[in-house]
Ligand binder design. Sequence first.
Ligand SMILES: *Cc1c(COP(=O)(O)O)cnc(C)c1O
Ligand code: SF4
Length: 352
Amino acid sequence: MIPLTPHAIQDPDDALAPWRRAMRDAVRDPFELLRLVELPATTIGDAAAAREFPLLAPLGYIARMRRGDPNDPLLLQVLPQAAETAEVPGFITDPVGDLQALSAPGLLHKYHGRALIVATGACAVHCRYCFRRHFPYAESGASHGRLERLIEALRQHPEIDEIILSGGDPLMLDDEKLSAWVKALEELPQLRRLRLHSRMPVILPERVDEALLGWICSTRLQVVCVIHCNHANELDHDVGEALNRLRMAGVSLLNQSVLLRDINDTTETLASLSLRLFEFGVLPYYLHLLDPVAGAAHFNIPETHAREIMHNLRASLPGYLVPRLVREEAGKSGKTDIPPLDTGTRLQPESG
Ligand SMILES: *Cc1c(COP(=O)(O)O)cnc(C)c1O
Ligand code: SF4
């Protein structure tokens, strides 16, 4: 990162961390986004989609989109589309059974040995396919006051040795708060690992600043960061630098992606993504089949096609660069692995 040169304070927001300022300046208006990527306003079909789940994208992310291309894989992840308002059978508001798995407010304990804290509902970007786009964060998220209850709940489970901070995006919280949480969690003797599920190193690389690295370096817990990147175009120089800073701080880096129609549903796109991730020191971890969340049906890929892509991916990459294709199913003891499929012939991408 380029160090900021000190300058006279004119705007009260000058005291904000650069990433906070980038969030303040993020684009929230679909027409503004289209103007920035040099597309006609008619590219957007229906404003109703944006009212229900508003557009949010920082300028640095938008800068990585191709100008004048309505099919840009980054644009498609954030631009509200008319298709979101269609009701599709099987696509529901809580597709992975989160609400039944809450063992304390904000604490999801589905799997043995690890528990997930829904730390905040805020994100640096609104991904149109998000499986928690309808999650009732206000009632079911972990707010500061509930931390004690949450720690109490964890004490009842000495087998839990890993805590996952998720959301939303946990790195939307202030470092002061995060560092206080981590200190409180460290008091639990059974805990060994702290996992961050965050899209921020990719969306807003300036988030990986001194303050963040400060508490990461000082915790006794091993820190794992699972980033969320779906396309190699998301990984530019600044993202590489942010990932490098995390790595230098001793963080293990993994990536999860969602398999998305017209965004990353080819062997070539996924192979480039894996290779680019590895250049930046990140190993592919999971490739998720889309969770059937209401509003996202138009991103869905037929399972057979997904399995065939996996077969081809395994044939073209070293094993350690092939993510595991998984689906999340309510009530299971872990993600469900989906085996690759050799159909012998290349399937044509299906439509509808
Ligand atoms: C996905 C998930 C985890 C993590 O699972 P891993 O297989 O360890 O990556 C933990 N808790 C919940 C509730 C999850 O949804
Ligand atoms: S960053 Fe993650 S939680 Fe936030 S909208 Fe995107 S997929 Fe959902």
